[in-house]
Ligand binder design. Structure first.
Ligand code: ADP
Ligand code: ASP
Ligand code: MG
Length: 473
């Protein structure tokens, strides 16, 4: 059994959806069971979220305009894809009903003047709920038995509405109860990605880009043989193609390499996608909807292709927080107190680096958390700051992390030297460096202004544009 997930660009309009239907029909001919997972049309989730936020701020025009765009895009797609007039009018009615729901929700948000996470989750999941019936109809038009399924009936999560965590045992049960009978009678489920629901049926979403994760959750629940992530590039590339035009698709990656890349900003896979796959060893293949014959990238537990450094990625909009002072040397518990204070602010620490002299600890957090983290630390170390044991807590803004990923780096000396050499030649200053515990990653902290140049330069220093070759088809 295969789980095939299609991203926003793959279902962007009638032409793309027709292409998806062709890919699905082609695979259905040789598969013992398929489940399709779909994202919303490209840009729709952003539009829904922006409209809801604007409504909360008192702007009612935004959602009224968005409503027209949403209706037009979905109605146009349906009209081009579905010939049967009864089916079409039923589909258009479903679209209209969803859009009315969107309008009612935004109106309520505008009246309350407040957008709760619970409200945001319902609104941001409407894009997938709008699209699934249309994609289902397009596949049905190719003669397959298809049923659109709302993942709110399959994936059960906690109440962290906008970035919800699944209860895997319960989700497995619900998914099997709902989908197995369908599959047994030869029907193909087309499931909404991204969305889920709490035990009480309250809609939640899995976090931005979460449709990949939906596919992996369903794959684990059903014990699928493969997760296919169909997107708009030829697989996982050696770098973001928008920054490095000569980036190449990687034939193979390990789960931990893919997880490092995703965690450090490579948008092609949601960072949590690997979790359900690792447990059962389900391979993830990343494929291009618009170049379906290309083999793409296989993400598996072990790879045969060597190569020390495989790929590079960048996370933007970060800040570097440093806490320093002579009073930190040899005093036990400073690090623990530092990170307890950071955790209290709910901030996510992306990287930690401690000077060997132990006179300072620096770490990287999202820019949006920097102010509260710095205040929290000043509060926690008030006494030490007063006694001048700690000089100050400083925050450096406009920071990025460049992560260099590849399991082959483990135990290979000289990689860091080559990286520094490459950057030094260009006069790029490395603010801090850390090696991930998995050793599949070296992370560099750089100034935002240096990020793109550094990525291009490291990419060429390791000849990544040349080393990655396509896996034979
Ligand atoms: P989808 O809508 O199919 O989920 P996304 O936009 O979420 O697609 O992810 C695919 C995009 O990720 C690509 O178009 C590419 O611009 C970007 N990207 C960033 N880093 C990488 C990388 N290392 N490999 C492939 N794509 C990447
Ligand atoms: N549509 C959702 C988003 O834009 C989920 C996804 O595309 O994976 O975040
Ligand atoms: Mg995506």
């Amino acid at each position: 059994m295969q789980i095939m997930k299609f991203g926003g660009t793959s279902v962007n309009d009638a032409k793309a959806i027709a292409q998806v239907a062709a890919i699905v029909a082609d695979q259905a001919a040789h598969s013992d069971g398929l489940v399709v997972v779909t994202s919303a049309m490209r840009g729709i989730t952003d539009l829904l979220i922006d409209s809801a936020r604007a409504a909360a701020a008192g702007d009612r025009q935004k959602y009224r305009d968005a409503r027209l765009t949403i209706i037009a895009r979905h109605r146009d797609a349906a009209e081009a894809l579905v010939q049967d007039l009864d089916d079409l009018s039923h589909l258009q009615e479903q679209t209209d009903e969803r859009v009315r729901e969107f309008e009612r929700l935004c109106m309520a948000v505008a009246i309350l003047g407040e957008l709760t996470d619970r409200g945001l989750a319902v609104i941001s999941g409407l894009g997938e709920r709008l699209l699934a019936p249309i994609l289902a109809a397009a596949i049905r038009a190719r003669g397959l038995a298809v049923e659109a399924v709302d993942a709110g009936e399959l994936i059960v999560t906690d109440e962290n509405y906008i970035s919800a965590a699944p209860d895997m045992a319960l989700s497995r049960q619900m998914t099997r109860d709902r989908l197995l009978p369908l599959l047994e009678r030869g029907a193909l489920p087309v499931v909404t990605g991204f969305v889920a629901a709490t035990r009480d049926g309250v809609p939640t979403v899995l976090g931005r880009g979460g449709s990949d994760y939906s596919a992996a959750i369903l794959a684990a629940a059903l014990g699928a043989d493969e997760i296919q992530i169909w997107t708009d590039v030829d697989g996982v590339l050696t770098a973001d193609p928008r920054i490095v035009p000569e980036a190449r698709p990687l034939p193979e990656l390990t789960y931990s390499e893919a997880a490092e890349l995703a965690y450090f900003g490579a948008k092609v896979l949601h960072p949590k996608t690997m979790l359900p796959a690792i447990d059962l060893g389900i391979p993830i293949s990343v494929r291009n909807t618009f170049n379906p014959r290309f083999p793409g990238t296989m993400v598996v537990s072990q790879t045969s292709n060597g190569g020390q450094v495989k790929a590079l990625t960048v996370i933007h909009r970060l800040a570097l927080v440093t806490i320093a002072g002579r009073g930190m040397m040899g005093v036990p518990g400073i690090a623990a107190r530092t990170f307890a204070a950071v955790a209290q602010q709910g901030a996510n620490v992306l990287m930690i680096s401690q000077a060997s002299s132990e006179q300072s600890i620096c770490f990287v957090v999202p820019e949006t958390d920097a102010a509260s983290v710095s205040r929290g630390l000043e509060h926690a170390f008030e006494e030490e700051i007063r006694r001048r044991l700690i000089d100050r807590v400083t925050v450096e803004h406009d920071i990025v992390i460049v992560a260099i990923v590849g399991e082959g780096m483990r135990g290979t000396p000289g990689i860091a030297t080559r990286i520094f050499g490459a950057l030094g030649e260009r006069g790029i200053n490395v603010i801090a460096i850390a090696q991930g515990s998995s050793e599949a990653n070296i992370s560099l902290v750089l100034a935002e202004a240096d990020a793109d140049t550094a990525v291009r330069y490291i990419h060429s220093a390791f000849a990544l544009g040349q080393t990655a070759t396509a896996r034979p088809a």
